[in-house]
Design a protein around this ligand. Structure first.
Ligand code: ATP
Ligand code: MG
Length: 834
C-alpha cells in the first residue's frame, strides 16, 4: 500500500510520503513542495496547482480558488451567499441544491460540483505523490479542519473517491500536527506519569484552530478544540484589499471591484505586502503597473498602520484560546508548551498576542507549512503494515455534541437523546437498544446550533427497516450501533433485531448485548428504554458497559438469580440513510468516470503541446546551430534554403499551425528533419566530431601490433614460439591499415567540410577490428615443458607452497626447487594480449 499524507489547504497543499528513510515532504513538477489550491479551466484542458495559479490573472473567471469551505454546503447557505459576491468566478446551484462552480471548459459552460473540483486538486496531489514514490498511489490520509461538520467531511471523502484515492482517515489538521509533534518528541512522560499538556495553534489562510493535547509515551489524547473562521491569513488580505480599494478609489477614481482582473492582482500584491510587513516594520510600497485603464497605482503601508487596521481581527485571537482553557478547566501553568504552525503564524502581532495570553514563549518545533501533511503521512504509516512507526494511540474529540431524535406513535411524540457530547472521545461506538414493532427513523442532529459554524443542524435520517414484533406480539428488541468513525463522521452503522426463540427456567446467560468491539474504538453499551413511554432521554438513560459499568451491572444482578433462560437469534436489519449532500453511488460513479476522461484529455493536450513545442524547439535549435556549430559544414546556398524553411515553420506555428492536432506537429517535425538537408549537415557535424577519436583508436592498435612484430623480429624470448608465416600476415595487415589510415587522413584534411566526408567513422571503426585476426596469432601460448619426474618427487612443493615463489623455508631444497621451478615457470606463456 502507499503511505501518503495530503494537507488539503485553503490556499496551498502539501504532500508527504513515507519512504524507507522516514517521512518526506515531496516537491511537485516545479520542484516546489507547496502546490497552490487552484484549478484553471481552459478551452482544451485543465491546469491544476502552480500552472493554474499562473493563470489567475489572465484567465481569472475560469480559475477557481478558495473553494475549501464550499464543501457540504447548500448554494443558499449564508456563507456561500456572503462570499459569492467577492469571487471572480461564478457559483451555481447543483441539482441536489449543493454548491457548484460555473466555468467555461472545452469551450462550453460547465458546472462542476465542489467534490469534482477538490477531486481535480487531489488528482494533482496524487500524481505528485506517484512521481515521488514511482508507483501508483491510492491509500492515503487527508486533512480537514477540526471544525468540519459531517456534511463537509463526507463531501471531502467523495472528492477523494473521485480522484481514485482510498482515504484511510480524514484527519483533523490540528490532530495531524499533534501527531507530528508526538512522534518528534523523544522525552514524553511515561504512560503512568502525569501527561504533558501542549496547546497547538494552526493559523492558516481560512481560519485559526486551537487544540489542547495530553501526551504520554505512545499516547496522544486531544482534550478540546476551538476555532475562529475569520482569523486566518485571508482576513488580513481582505482588510488590505479594502484599504487599497478605498485609497485607489479616492486617489485615482478607480472602481477596483468592478474589474475582476484588477481585483485578483490587488489581492496578490496585498498578500505580498502582508508577508513583507511580517519581516519589516518600516514603510513598504505597493506598486502595480497598468492596474486599470492603463493607470499605474502606488501606495504604501507599515506594520504599525496595518496592525491598527486589523485591531478588530487581532482581538479575535483570545476567544478560542480562552475557550479551550475553559473546556479543559486547565490553568495556564498546566501548559507545557504552545506550538504554532500555519503560514499566518508568521504575523508578529498574532504571535505576540498568543504568547502574552499564555505568558510563554511560543514553540516552533515543527515546520510551520508542512506539519499537517507530515502528520497525515505518519498516520498513514501507522495504519500501514509495511512501516514500523512508534505506535501512538490517538484519541480525537467530537467537535460538536450530537443527538438523536425519533418519532413513534407509541411514544406519542418525539424523544431525543444526546449520544455524543462535545469533546467526547472519537472514534467511538455505542449501542442503543430500542423496543419496536415496526420500522422506525432516527434523526441525528447537532444539539447546539450556537457552536456550529454551519446553518443546518441536521446530520441526516436513518431508517431502520424490517422491524417486526416478536412472535408473541410484543415489541422486539432492536440494537442500534451509532458511531463517530475515524473520519470524524457520525453514522448509524449497524442495526439488529434480537429474536426470542425459546424461554426456559434457567439461569440467565451472560450479557446478550454484543459490545461493538472494534479496532481502536472503546465500546459502550447503552440502553434506551422506550417502551411506549415518551422520554426525554439524556445521558441518564445510558447504562454503560465499559469496564466500570460492567462491574456495576454484575452488582445489579446477583449471579445466583434464577431467571428464564432466553435463547435468541440476532437478525441484521437494513438501514436506509438519508444524508445531506452525500453523493449517490450513481453520481459518484459518473464523477469518477468524468474525472478519468478529463485526466485523459489533459494528457492528450499535454502530448499535443509537447509535439508543438518540439517543432518550435527544433526551429530555434537549428537556427542557432546553422550559425554556430554547423556553420562550417553547410554551404551558403543550403544554409539560406534551410533558414527560409525554418522561418516559414515559425510563422506557421503562429498562424495556421497555432492550434493543430498532435499528428500535424509530429509530421511537421519529421518533414523538417527528413526533407531538408539537415540530417546530412548534422551527420557531417557528428562525423567531424567523432572522426578524430576513431582515427586515434585505430592508430593505437596499429602501434601495439607493430611493437609486437618488432619484438618478434628481435627474437625476444616471449615471442620465439610464434609462427613465422602467421606473423608475416599480421605484419602485412598492420602495414596496410596504416597506409589506409594515412591516406584517408590526408584526403579528409584537404576536403571542404560542407561536402560529404571522405571517410566515415563507421569505416574507421571497421578497420579497428584488426585485433580479431591479429590477436590470436600474437597471443598464442608458449608450449609447456614438463619437468623431469624424479626431481619433482624429491623437490616437489611442500606444505601447500606449490606455485609460490616464497618457498625457501628449507634453504637446501629451496635452492634446487627454486631453480627447477624457475626454469619450468619461465617456459609458461606469460603474455596475454587482450
Ligand atoms: P487553511 O489551513 O486555512 O486551509 P492553508 O493551509 O492553505 O489554509 P497556510 O498555508 O497555513 O494556509 O497559510 C497561508 C496563509 O499564511 C496565507 O494567508 C499567507 O499569506 C500567510 N502567510 C504565509 N507567510 C506569511 C508571512 N511571512 N507573513 C504573513 N502571512 C504569511
Ligand atoms: Mg492549513
Amino acid at each position: 500500500m502507499s503511505v501518503v499524507g495530503f494537507d488539503l489547504g485553503f490556499q496551498s497543499c502539501y504532500v508527504a510520503v513515507a519512504r524507507a528513510g522516514g517521512i518526506e515532504t515531496v516537491a511537485n513538477e516545479y520542484s516546489d513542495r507547496c502546490t497552490p489550491s487552484f484549478v484553471s479551466f481552459g478551452p482544451r484542458n485543465r491546469s491544476i496547482g502552480a500552472a493554474a495559479k499562473s493563470q489567475v490573472v489572465t484567465n481569472c473567471q475560469n480559475t477557481v480558488q478558495g473553494f475549501k469551505r464550499f464543501h457540504g454546503r447548500a448554494f443558499t447557505d449564508p456563507y456561500i451567499q456572503s462570499v459569492k459576491s467577492n469571487l471572480v468566478y461564478d457559483l451555481a446551484q447543483m441539482p441536489s441544491g449543493s454548491t457548484g462552480i460555473k466555468v467555461m471548459y472545452m469551450e462550453e459552460e460547465k458546472v462542476f460540483s465542489i467534490e469534482q473540483v477538490t477531486g481535480m486538486l487531489l488528482t494533482k496531489l496524487k500524481e505528485t505523490a506517484e512521481s515521488a514514490l514511482k508507483k501508483p498511489v491510492a491509500d492515503c490520509v487527508i486533512s480537514v479542519p477540526s471544525y468540519f461538520t459531517d456534511g463537509e467531511r463526507r463531501s471531502v471523502m467523495d472528492a477523494a473517491q473521485i480522484a481514485g484515492l482510498n482515504c484511510l482517515r480524514l484527519m483533523n489538521e490540528t490532530t495531524a500536527v499533534t501527531l507530528a509533534y508526538g512522534i518528534y518528541k523523544q522525552d514524553l512522560p511515561a504512560p503512568e506519569e502525569k501527561p504533558r499538556i501542549v496547546v497547538f495553534v494552526d493559523l492558516g489562510h481560512s481560519g485559526y484552530q486551537v487544540s489542547v493535547c495530553a501526551f504520554n509515551k505512545g499516547k496522544l489524547k486531544i482534550l478540546a478544540t476551538a476555532f475562529d473562521s475569520e482569523l486566518g491569513g485571508k482576513g488580513f488580505d481582505d482588510i488590505l484589499v479594502n484599504h487599497f480599494c478605498e485609497e485607489f478609489g479616492k486617489k485615482y477614481k478607480l472602481d477596483v471591484r468592478s474589474k475582476p482582473r484588477a481585483l485578483v492582482r490587488l489581492y496578490q500584491e496585498c498578500e505580498k505586502l502582508k508577508k513583507l510587513m511580517s519581516a519589516n516594520s518600516s514603510d513598504l510600497p505597493l506598486n502595480i503597473e497598468c492596474f486599470m485603464n492603463d493607470i499605474d497605482v502606488s501606495g504604501k503601508l507599515n506594520r504599525g498602520q496595518f496592525e491598527e487596521m486589523c485591531a478588530g481581527l487581532l482581538a479575535k485571537v483570545e476567544g478560542p484560546l480562552r475557550s479551550v482553557m475553559e473546556q479543559t478547566k486547565l490553568k495556564k501553568e498546566d501548559i507545557y508548551a504552545v506550538e504554532i504552525v500555519g503560514g499566518a503564524s508568521r504575523i508578529p502581532s498574532l504571535k505576540e498576542r498568543i504568547s502574552k495570553f499564555f505568558g510563554k514563549e511560543l514553540s516552533t518545533t515543527l515546520n510551520a507549512d508542512e506539519a499537517v501533511a507530515r502528520g497525515c503521512a505518519l498516520q498513514c504509516a501507522i495504519l500501514s503494515p509495511a512501516f514500523k512507526v512508534r505506535e501512538f494511540s490517538i484519541t480525537d474529540v467530537v467537535p460538536y455534541s450530537i443527538s438523536l431524535k425519533w418519532n413513534s406513535a407509541a411514544e406519542e411524540g418525539v424523544s431525543d437523546c444526546e449520544v455524543f457530547p462535545k469533546n467526547h472521545a472519537a472514534p467511538f461506538s455505542k449501542v442503543l437498544t430500542f423496543f419496536r414493532k415496526e420500522p422506525f427513523t432516527l434523526e441525528a442532529y447537532y444539539s447546539n446550533s450556537k457552536e456550529l459554524p454551519y446553518p443546518n443542524c441536521s446530520l441526516g435520517q436513518f431508517l431502520i427497516k424490517n422491524v417486526v414484533p416478536q412472535a408473541s406480539g410484543e415489541s422486539a428488541k432492536v440494537k442500534v450501533k451509532v458511531r463517530v468513525n475515524v473520519h470524524g463522521v457520525f453514522s448509524v452503522s449497524n442495526a439488529s433485531l434480537v429474536e426470542v426463540l425459546k424461554t426456559a427456567e434457567e439461569e440467565e446467560p451472560m450479557e446478550t448485548d454484543q459490545t461493538a468491539k472494534e479496532e481502536e474504538e472503546v465500546c459502550t453499551v447503552c440502553t434506551v428504554f422506550a417502551r411506549g413511554r415518551k422520554r426525554n432521554s439524556h445521558l441518564s438513560f445510558f447504562k454503560t458497559t465499559t469496564d466500570d459499568a460492567k462491574q456495576e451491572k454484575k452488582n445489579d444482578q446477583p449471579p445466583q438469580a434464577k431467571k428464564p433462560k432466553v435463547k435468541t437469534k440476532t437478525v441484521e436489519l437494513p438501514i436506509e440513510n438519508n444524508l445531506h449532500w452525500q453523493l449517490s453511488t450513481d453520481v459518484l460513479n459518473m464523477c469518477v468516470e468524468n474525472e478519468g476522461k478529463m485526466i485523459m484529455q489533459d494528457k492528450l493536450e499535454k502530448e499535443r503541446n509537447d509535439a508543438k513545442n518540439n517543432v518550435e524547439e527544433y526551429v530555434y535549435e537549428m537556427r542557432d546551430k546553422l550559425h554556430g556549430v554547423l556553420e562550417k559544414f553547410v554551404n551558403e546556398a543550403d544554409r539560406d534554403t534551410f533558414s527560409l524553411k525554418l522561418e516559414d515553420t515559425e510563422n506557421w506555428l503562429y498562424e495556421d499551425g497555432e492550434d493543430q492536432h498532435k499528428q500535424v506537429y509530429v509530421d511537421k517535425l519529421a518533414e523538417l528533419k527528413g526533407n531538408s538537408k539537415t540530417p546530412i549537415q548534422k551527420r557531417r557535424y557528428m562525423e567531424a566530431e567523432e572522426r578524430p577519436k576513431a582515427f586515434e583508436e585505430l592508430g593505437r592498435q596499429i602501434q601495439l601490433y607493430m611493437k609486437i612484430i618488432e619484438a618478434y623480429k628481435a627474437k625476444e624470448e616471449q615471442y620465439t614460439h610464434l609462427d613465422e608465416l602467421e606473423v608475416t600476415r599480421v605484419d602485412k595487415q598492420v602495414n596496410d591499415a596504416m597506409a589506409w589510415m594515412n591516406s584517408k587522413m590526408n584526403q579528409q584534411n584537404s576536403q571542404d567540410l560542407t561536402l560529404e566526408p571522405v571517410v566515415k567513422v563507421g569505416e574507421i571503426q571497421a578497420k579497428t577490428k584488426l585485433y580479431s585476426t591479429c590477436n590470436p596469432v600474437v597471443s598464442k601460448p608458449k608450449p609447456k615443458v614438463e619437468p623431469p619426474k624424479e626431481e619433482k618427487t624429491e623437490n616437489g612443493p611442500v606444505n601447500g607452497q606449490e606455485g609460490t615463489e616464497s618457498q625457501p623455508c628449507n634453504p637446501d631444497k629451496a635452492t634446487s626447487a627454486g631453480t627447477e621451478k624457475g626454469t619450468a615457470e619461465n617456459k609458461l606463456p606469460e603474455m596475454d594480449i587482450d
